[in-house]
Ligand binder design. Structure first.
Ligand code: ADP
Length: 193
């Protein structure tokens, strides 16, 4: 059983790596960004509320995000493991996740950080700018600022807990997956499979 987080700035490729890693590890990927986007498409109440924040590059408020993740992690398909992509992004979300896991007697096995420079991230996001309504330069810079303001503290928290593994996110997609799998093999999780 494997419970992992993947954290990285917008444009770090964490969504791509999350898909690949979860397939390799046979665990369910759970992306808060994807769940929000699905709600936006389906015009649910949550989607309508989330979209206002997403389009400005702001974070969706913690209580909405936490409730959504709590419901998702209560579903049976994640009982045998999950890879959370894009959550937690704030210290309040870390605390909420701690509570969710503790109430089921579970804990995280590892936290992966994909590291990519700000300039690289802006270049990559501008290159895909037509695909997403939150990918113009001003919104991208704002999302990056928020990452530094809020999510760096999340990374530090998991580093203090001894759970953090940082992987260089620069290079071909396959290489990064290999690098990440190698890094994970050096943590305890690979030996439990
Ligand atoms: P990116 O990493 O490029 O920002 P995501 O798909 O992870 O892409 O997230 C897209 C948007 O969804 C975010 O900018 C934010 O508005 C919202 N979102 C995703 N995850 C969270 C979260 N954990 N807390 C708050 N908002 C979130």
């Amino acid at each position: 059983m494997t419970r992992l987080l993947i954290i990285g700035p917008p444009g770090s490729g964490k969504g791509t790596q999350a898909q690949r890693l979860s397939a390799h590890l046979e665990i369910v990927p759970v992306s808060t960004g994807d769940i929000f986007r699905m709600n936006v498409l389906e015009q649910t109440v949550l989607g309508t509320e989330a979209q206002r924040h997403m389009d400005n590059g702001d974070l969706v408020p913690d209580h909405l995000t936490n409730d959504m993740v709590r419901q998702r992690l209560a579903m049976p398909d994640v009982e045998d493991g999950f890879l959370l992509d894009g959550y937690p992004r704030t210290l309040a979300q870390v605390e909420a996740l701690d509570g969710m896991l503790a109430s089921s007697g579970l804990r995280l096995d590892a936290v992966l950080e994909l590291s990519v420079s700000d300039e690289q991230v802006v270049q990559r996001l501008l290159a895909r700018a037509d695909d997403r309504s939150d990918d113009n330069e001003e919104v991208i810079r704002h999302r990056l600022d928020l990452y530094h303001e809020q999510t760096n503290a999340v990374v530090s928290e998991y580093a203090e807990r001894g759970l953090l593994t940082t992987v260089d996110g620069l290079g071909p997609v396959n290489d990064i997956t290999d690098r990440t799998m190698t890094a994970l093999a050096m943590t305890s999780i690979a030996s439990t499979r």
